[in-house]
Design a protein around this ligand. Structure first.
Ligand SMILES: [Zn+2]
Length: 249
């Protein structure tokens, strides 16, 4: 079930049978010569959409702009600074918790978001801790590539040249979902260099075509489909376990 394609009475009804929701969260940023700018928000959205076809789970609208300051040297990247991103996550959670959602799982598609999402969770829990009251909700961050079995499948599909950014696995997922937007390019070198992530000018100088350690030419829609199906199944399991967690209080 998709929240944005439901009505408020339908969400009220859903809350009678479940208090859990999945929010796909990502980033709109350069993904090398063939990766779509939306790759990091599309991947969790694609997986979550697939998961809700098989199970009675609720998927919220995609939080599609993340913390991508290091990619701002490439056209089309849109970034929130960490403080803005955290403030926005806080208001999403407060809105959902106010309606009675108690388990909020953020399905993340961008490594650069992780620190800020975790810090946003701590800010939200701190509000309850300082007030000496229960939060009333629990938050969980799941990176889609960490869902059960997904890393192993990606390693098998791409034993070399997977890399850290503009990876063949994430590009394969978008190729499966958006087969009319598949691009190609020549790579020099075939596998991109690796290195640290700092500010945008430094990033562009280290990684001139935007890739980090990856060879995206290995992506195919078929490999993407296998990743999506496995990730969707694992997401349903992960959300089930999270929903069954009880508070010791
Ligand atoms: Zn990415």
């Amino acid at each position: 079930m998709l929240l944005h394609r439901s009505t408020w009475p339908e969400i009220e009804q859903f809350l009678q049978r479940s208090r859990s929701i999945v929010i796909p969260i990502g980033s709109n940023e350069q993904h090398g010569p063939i990766g779509l700018l939306g790759t990091d928000w599309m991947c969790p959205e694609i997986i979550a959409n697939e998961a809700q076809k098989e199970a009675d789970i609720l998927i919220g609208p995609t939080f599609n702009i993340g913390m991508a300051q290091h990619h701002l040297g490439f056209a089309g990247t849109i970034s929130l600074r960490p403080s803005t991103f955290m403030a926005a996550i806080g208001d999403w959670v407060r809105s959902l918790a106010g309606h009675g959602f108690e388990k909020i799982l953020f399905l993340n598609g961008h490594g650069g978001n992780i620190a800020s999402i975790e810090a946003a969770f701590s800010e939200l829990y701190a509000e309850a801790s300082f007030a000496g009251r229960p939060a009333g909700f629990a938050l969980k961050l799941c990176n889609w590539w960490d869902l059960e079995g997904v890393g192993a499948l990606a390693n098998q599909q791409f034993p070399t040249g997977h890399g850290m950014h503009a990876t063949p696995s994430e590009i394969a997922v978008t190729q499966w979902a958006y087969s009319d937007s598949i691009k190609s390019a020549d790579y020099h070198p075939q596998i991109a260099p690796s290195g640290p992530i700092r500010e945008a000018l430094d990033f562009r100088a280290r990684f001139p075509d935007g890739r980090m350690g990856s060879d995206p030419a290995q992506a195919t829609p078929e490999k993407g489909g296998a990743l999506v199906r496995l990730a969707a199944q694992s997401l349903v399991k992960e959300l089930g376990a999270f929903s069954r967690e009880t508070s010791p209080r």
